[in-house]
Design a protein around this ligand. Structure first.
Ligand SMILES: Cc1ncc(C[n+]2csc(CCOP(=O)(O)OP(=O)(O)O)c2C)c(N)n1
Length: 292
């Protein structure tokens, strides 16, 4: 199915902003996700919509340091989307940050696009630091980046990584976590999108990974649980990380963000059926109406 959509041109700044301003940005990100997915005719709706507030706080409230005029700036912070299937939310955040033209979002999942269904670093989209999509691997790459920053280059880069909660069922996630603790990576921030949903069920039905907070703590992380749809609460989580990094506490940080899959679109909210489905034309129209 093909459905013509128009992407806006407005981009947003990265500085401490009010919750109202952040809510406007998050809404634009959600609209872009819907537009991308309906034009692609395939892709994941639930995770990207549900984590839009996390991405908004990370990219537009002064947490991630990047330069839209020089995306390869050596001093930038790194972000790794370990849950690679959630690519549309990262692409929308990067477009709204002015890292590449917003109109290019229309190419999601099209042949040879820089916006592959799962992030492909070789495609050259600014802000995509590594390929990902095989669950459990991105976080290992991110921990490796944080190790090289802290132990080899001795710079002040921050490394952020987002995993899903179903992704926690991958054993390699915990090997990475163990390493972050062992190597005292206070420059590493692990964000867990805890929507309690995964590809075909609720977390405890498929494979119970709870209690996530106690697991992270026992793996040596400074762990904070936040409301993943409340910008002030999310920032509280990022502040814990910034303090750990600034004060060189030797502790990696885990932010467990409680979210709802499909947040912002009534008929998708908290339903795992929307994990990997795009909206059709009518559903996209309704969704965009709700996100006005
Ligand atoms: C190693 C590996 N196994 C299976 C998959 C297929 N897969 C993609 S997303 C997903 C579910 C992940 O659940 P979660 O991390 O909670 O993401 P959400 O459903 O919230 O988007 C699965 C099983 C994969 N990408 N990689």
């Amino acid at each position: 199915m093909s459905f013509e959509v128009e992407f806006g041109t407005q981009t947003f700044e990265n500085k401490r902003q009010s919750p109202e301003q952040l809510a406007e940005i998050a809404k634009e990100i959600r609209r872009d996700i819907i537009k991308m997915l309906v034009s692609a005719g395939s892709g994941h709706s639930g995770g990207p919509l549900g984590s839009s507030d996390i991405f908004t706080t990370m990219y537009f409230n002064g947490n991630m340091r990047y330069d839209r005029n020089n995306p390869n700036w050596e001093g930038r912070d790194r972000f790794v989307l370990s849950a690679g299937h959630m690519a549309p939310v990262m692409y929308a955040a990067l477009a709204n940050a002015g890292m590449y033209p917003k109109a290019e979002q229309a190419t999601l999942r099209k042949y040879n696009t820089r916006l592959q269904g799962h992030p492909g670093r070789d495609m050259g989209l600014p802000g995509v630091e590594t390929s990902s999509g095989s669950l459990g691997q991105g976080i290992s790459i991110a921990v490796g980046m944080a190790m090289s920053d802290a132990l080899l280059d001795h710079n002040d880069h921050r490394v952020y990584c987002l995993t899903g909660d179903g992704e926690l069922q991958e054993g390699s996630v915990w090997e990475a976590a163990m390493s972050a603790h062992h190597f005292k990576l206070d420059n590493f921030c692990w964000i867990i999108d805890n929507n309690d949903c995964q590809i075909d069920g609720r977390l405890p039905e498929v494979m119970d990974v709870y209690p996530i907070d106690e697991k992270c703590r026992s793996f040596g992380f400074d762990t904070i649980v936040v409301d993943g749809h409340n910008f002030e609460d999310l920032q509280r989580g990022f502040d814990v990380f910034l303090n750990n990094q600034k004060n060189k506490t030797g502790k990696p940080t885990a932010i467990i963000a409680k979210t709802y899959m499909g947040r912002g679109v009534s008929f998708m909210e908290d339903s795992y059926k929307w994990h990997g489905m795009p909206p059709n034309k009518e559903q996209a129209e309704q969704a965009l109406g709700e996100l006005k």
